[in-house]
Design a protein. Structure first.
Length: 263
């Protein structure tokens, strides 16, 4: 019996989908035949993505141009999505995360914004979509976090803190969600995205090192000896949201080329 990777009768919602890992995840899930709704702030990027999702195999595709920091608008948009287009069976919580900043320089407002845009938005989306998953007897929630959940990364103080909080939140939900509705975390390593470029520029200013030196240091820490491509992270996400991953629950999978040694 072959692997069941098909999502043809399912509706997926992918946040942070205008670029990087979120965009790649949306395309990977589209290739499994799902109806895909993509959410991000950048309307122009989402509009360009829709035809690509349909070409990739999505049974239907639409977008929500929403800022995850505006949770009133987010709640309204997701409620309307479920009402007008049916329940969401697959939820990918993906957010680029707070801007790089050393923790000692972080203000209370920085922390509140970080928790709001990552943890609080994810919690809102889970509460809005789980009833439909429960009714269908099928649900997949994947949170795109970071290896900083296990090993803090210098210069991303708020991100490290929020990702650790997401770990406890996810682990608790893994015990509370009904049978058939799973939650797992993906922990990307150093991945060639806009976010990594931003971190490199911040680190260069903070340390006086060149961006080339910083990137070489990242690669030296990875046994695969390169940065990840967003599509490689997306492949792991696509598997976890498929029917084939039905017995994987409450796990945090590092997709990092071996940087974190956990065997």
């Amino acid at each position: 019996m072959g692997l069941d990777l098909q999502l043809k009768s399912r509706h997926a919602l992918v946040t942070g989908a205008s670029a990087g890992i979120g965009r790649a995840a949306a395309l990977a899930i589209a290739s499994l035949g799902a109806q895909v709704t993509v959410l991000a702030r950048r309307r122009d990027a989402l509009e360009k993505l829709l035809p690509q999702l349909r070409v990739a195999g999505a049974s239907d595709a639409r977008y929500l141009a929403i800022d995850l920091d505006d949770r009133t608008a987010l709640q309204s948009a997701v409620d309307a999505l479920v009402r007008d287009h049916g329940p969401v069976h697959v939820l990918v919580n993906n957010n680029g995360g707070p801007a790089p900043k050393s923790l000692l320089d972080v203000t209370e407002a920085d922390l509140q914004k970080g928790f709001g845009g990552v943890l609080l938005s994810a919690h809102l989306l889970v509460r809005a979509t789980v009833p439909g998953m429960r009714a269908a007897g099928f649900g997949r929630i994947v949170n795109v976090l970071s290896t900083s959940m296990r090993e803090p990364i210098a210069g991303v103080g708020v991100g490290n803190t929020v990702r650790a909080a997401m770990a406890g939140w996810s682990k608790t939900l893994a015990r509370e969600l009904p049978p058939g509705v799973t939650i797992n975390n993906i922990l990307p390593g150093y991945t060639a995205t806009e976010r990594l470029t931003e971190l490199g520029e911040f680190t260069a200013k903070r340390t006086g090192r060149s961006i080339a030196e910083i990137e070489a240091g990242w690669i030296a820490a990875v046994p695969e000896a390169r940065l990840a491509r967003p599509e490689e992270i997306a492949a792991a996400i696509a598997f976890l949201v498929s029917p084939a991953a039905s017995f994987i629950r409450g796990q945090s999978l590092a997709v990092d080329g071996g940087r974190l040694q956990s065997i």
